[in-house]
Write a protein that binds this ligand. Structure first.
Ligand code: CTP
Length: 343
């Protein structure tokens, strides 16, 4: 190897490196290599600032290792923030190139992150807006109505658009998955918050509505926790309809994104319902998926979709959500390029 990169590097690995341990593959390689070593630490802020970790960092620097990051920001743990986030991947790649003298030699073909190298990226200069995940509609301060959406498909679309060079805004409900790299992420709770965030993020060239927005919210959520009192009947929930974000954006006159893409989550009559949604919601395309429990789409890695537009219905083969995302964003880029030519 020309360089050995440890990303992410934990406090424990750095401690063992500083001591010269070689009792597993990673530390053995790190001890035996003659190549330069680049370390990208990632850990809880308290662990990073601990005297022991800082001592190990100084030792490793004296031993010749280079460091990148950690950066300040939010941690994977809910509510934790501080210095300890791993440097962003593009920063790490830039540092690798610097260390390898790649800039002097005109760059290494094998290092490619997203669409930063090679031909002009297909979505360069475009703004792509994506909604993802479920929404949570409060019943009272401790309870909410939600659904099984994992956010995987929406997040994959945001990542695919970013790889094609777009500026991407991802507006997501509560999910348990990581933010895609290089994307502006806005977190919301309810459908109403999602609509406000989407409207504020316009204008956009492409808007993809992959969120599983709750159709209804509780009309007046309890201000305090609703108590169960012995002998009383369970409370009934009075539901009102949420705004339809896709329809609101697709049917607005001024400021409508050039391309509006919706999803259709169906358990029966998948294509027929998707075709109906294309019309009633004013979308240009609908990506229809069967979310029956047996398909494993909700929360799973794979998806089998029908691509529905005014031109007809295309059944796409079963593939990963990442592949669906890539195919969809390439299609969007080609569509925008055609529109541009016609202008
Ligand atoms: N959608 C939205 N806002 C809503 C409901 C849905 O933006 N309040 C969007 C979804 O993001 C998706 C599309 O509309 O792109 C279709 O969502 P789906 O849940 O399949 O349809 P619904 O409109 O909720 O209709 P139904 O529940 O009757 O199938």
């Amino acid at each position: 190897a020309d360089i050995v990169v440890v990303a992410p590097a934990t406090a424990d690995l750095m401690a063992r490196m500083a001591q010269g341990h070689a009792n597993d593959l990673a530390t053995a390689v790190l001890l035996a290599t003659r190549a330069p070593i680049l370390i990208a630490p990632a850990m809880n802020p308290a662990m990073w600032s601990h005297a022991a970790t800082q001592r190990n960092v100084r030792q490793l620097e004296r031993d010749g290792a280079a460091f990148i990051g950690p950066n300040a920001g939010e941690m994977a743990e809910q509510g934790e923030a501080g210095v300890g986030r791993m440097a962003e991947v593009p920063e790490i790649v830039a540092r690798i190139e610097e260390m390898l003298g790649a800039n002097d030699k005109g760059g290494f073909g094998f290092i490619s992150v997203g669409a930063t190298r090679g031909p002009r990226p297909l979505l360069a200069g475009r703004h792509v807006l994506v909604t993802s995940g479920p929404t949570h509609e409060p019943i009272d301060p401790v309870r909410y109505i939600a659904n099984r959406s994992s956010g995987k498909q929406g997040h994959a679309i945001a990542a695919a658009a970013q790889r094609l060079g777009a500026r991407v805004t991802l507006i997501t409900g509560p999910v348990q998955i990581a933010d895609p790299e290089g994307v502006t992420v806005e977190r919301v709770g309810t459908a109403e918050e999602m609509l406000a965030a989407v409207t504020a993020a316009l204008p956009a060239d492409v808007a993809v509505f992959a969120a599983a927005v709750a159709d209804w919210r509780v009309a007046t959520p309890g201000r305090g926790k609703i108590k169960k009192t012995a002998g009383n009947a369970p409370p009934s929930l009075n539901l009102v309809e949420n705004p339809d974000i896709l329809r609101a954006i697709a049917t607005r006159g001024a400021g409508r994104p050039a391309l509006v893409v919706g999803f259709a989550a169906e358990t029966q009559t998948v294509v027929g319902n998707a075709q109906a949604k294309l019309k009633t919601k004013g979308a240009d395309w609908i990506v229809a998926n069967d979310v029956s429990e047996s398909t494993g789409v909700f929360g799973g890695e794979r998806n089998q979709v029908h691509f529905v537009s005014a031109a007809g219905v295309e059944p796409w083969p079963a593939m990963t959500k990442a592949d669906v995302a890539d195919a969809l964003m390439q299609r969007a880029a080609a569509w925008l390029a055609d529109v541009r030519e016609q202008v």
